[in-house]
Design a protein around this ligand. Structure first.
Ligand SMILES: O=C(O)CCC(=O)C(=O)O
Ligand SMILES: [Fe+2]
Length: 375
């Protein structure tokens, strides 16, 4: 597939054996953990095949529910749906109200966020179709199971205690399923205007501007024909950070032809911070690659997995490295660029709770708080 994105079979993690039950890992678990580690050290994007309870049928039904939600008249969406706020991060985000990169214009999308749908306050889902609530709840159940197993896979991949990540993702109170809709656009396509200036002045072919995701990992389900996702691999660190050296241009990412059902999974900024930047959180964006794509609606579902509100995120001692060797020797400004206080032992970032980190990032994206941004 494009952009060196490996297809990793997750089925060794879906059975109750080996590392999952606290025994020695099976050969399959070792193999997929090693593949996850390699991808996350390179750019942090991989395609996870076989998602257990998130079946092809459930995925299809969830996309149908998402399409029905966004097909509601705009006036009804504005009046009837709960409105998103950084403090809740759930509800409706109307078209053109967010910028994932504050140096760009508004993203060309509308979104609806759901958190813990089975025990969310009634108000959070008011006005949504019944079938939407049912599909969201079922997707959430599958996601909970996937999250737990993926945390174990990451622990094995990095050689740390089995519950190093899963202990911080128990409540899943900050995890968010984000239903995304990009309406047809008459903006110039990427071919016509490959890269608009970063001042946000020019109309360009970007549906979501370049950004890194915030949290632990993102599980991204793409609807059939959802084209336009691109990543920009870099040499050394989070793209656009003070130490982020470029390693080539934007590269297309799509679901691999012929691969089994699955999802893209990518590292978030908090996981990069948690691993002391051993694992990368790479910038990505959604563009309009052709006039045909511009004319179509695009749908995706981004499941943002974030550590619990009170979980303390601090790099493991195993991730501490001599400061010179990290980030290709260009790390001098890295700690400051990411707001962390590096210690003499080689930890680049001060501990932070899941809640503090996410709120800081959401305030940036939803238009409040500081101008600080990853790019
Ligand atoms: O819709 C997509 O394919 C990607 C969306 C995305 O990157 C995001 O919402 O963080
Ligand atoms: Fe993203």
């Amino acid at each position: 597939m494009d952009a060196d994105i490996p297809v990793i079979d997750f089925s060794p993690w879906l059975v109750d054996e080996g590392f999952v039950v606290g025994d020695e890992p099976t050969a399959g678990q070792r193999e997929s953990a090693a593949a996850i580690d390699a991808a996350c050290r390179m750019h942090g994007f991989l395609f996870l095949a076989n998602l257990g309870a998130i079946s092809p049928e459930l995925t299809r039904r969830t996309f149908d529910a998402s399409k029905a939600l966004f097909a509601m008249p705009d006036a009804d969406k504005l009046e009837q749906l709960a409105r998103i706020r950084p403090e809740t991060n759930s509800g409706f985000s109307p078209f053109g109200t967010e910028r994932l990169n504050r140096r760009r214009g508004a993203d060309q999308k509308e979104a609806f966020n759901v958190r813990r749908p089975r025990d969310a306050p009634a108000d959070a889902l008011r006005g949504t179709p019944v079938a939407f609530r049912a599909a969201a709840a079922q997707l959430w159940d599958g996601l909970e199971a996937l999250t737990h197993r993926y945390c174990l896979a990451c622990a094995l991949a990095l050689g740390v205690e089995r519950d190093f990540f899963s202990a911080a993702l128990r409540q899943l109170d900050l995890c968010t399923v984000r239903f995304l809709h990009y309406p047809p656009t008459d903006w110039p396509t990427a071919g016509a205007a490959p890269d608009a200036p970063l001042d946000g002045s020019a109309a360009c072919a970007v549906r979501v501007s370049e950004h890194t995701d915030f949290g632990f990992v993102t599980v991204l389900l793409l609807d059939e024909g959802a084209e336009g996702l691109q990543i920009k691999p870099v040499l050394g660190g989070e793209v656009g950070g003070a130490a982020g050296g470029e390693r080539g241009g934007w590269r297309d990412v799509c679901a691999p032809a012929g691969a089994p059902h699955g999802a893209l999974v990518n590292t978030g900024a908090l996981l990069a911070r948690w691993t002391n930047d051993l694992w990368r959180a790479t910038a990505h964006r959604v563009v309009v690659p052709s006039a045909a794509v511009a004319a179509r609606d695009r749908y995706s579902i981004a499941c943002f997995l974030d550590p619990d509100t009170d979980a303390l995120v601090a790099p493991h001692a195993a991730f501490e490295r001599p400061r010179e060797s990290a980030r290709g020797g260009a790390e001098a400004e890295g700690g400051a660029a990411h707001g962390g206080a590096a210690t003499a032992t080689g930890a680049r970032y001060a501990p932070i709770t899941g809640g503090e980190f996410l709120l800081m990032k959401l305030r940036e994206a939803q238009g409040r708080g500081s101008e600080a941004t990853a790019l």
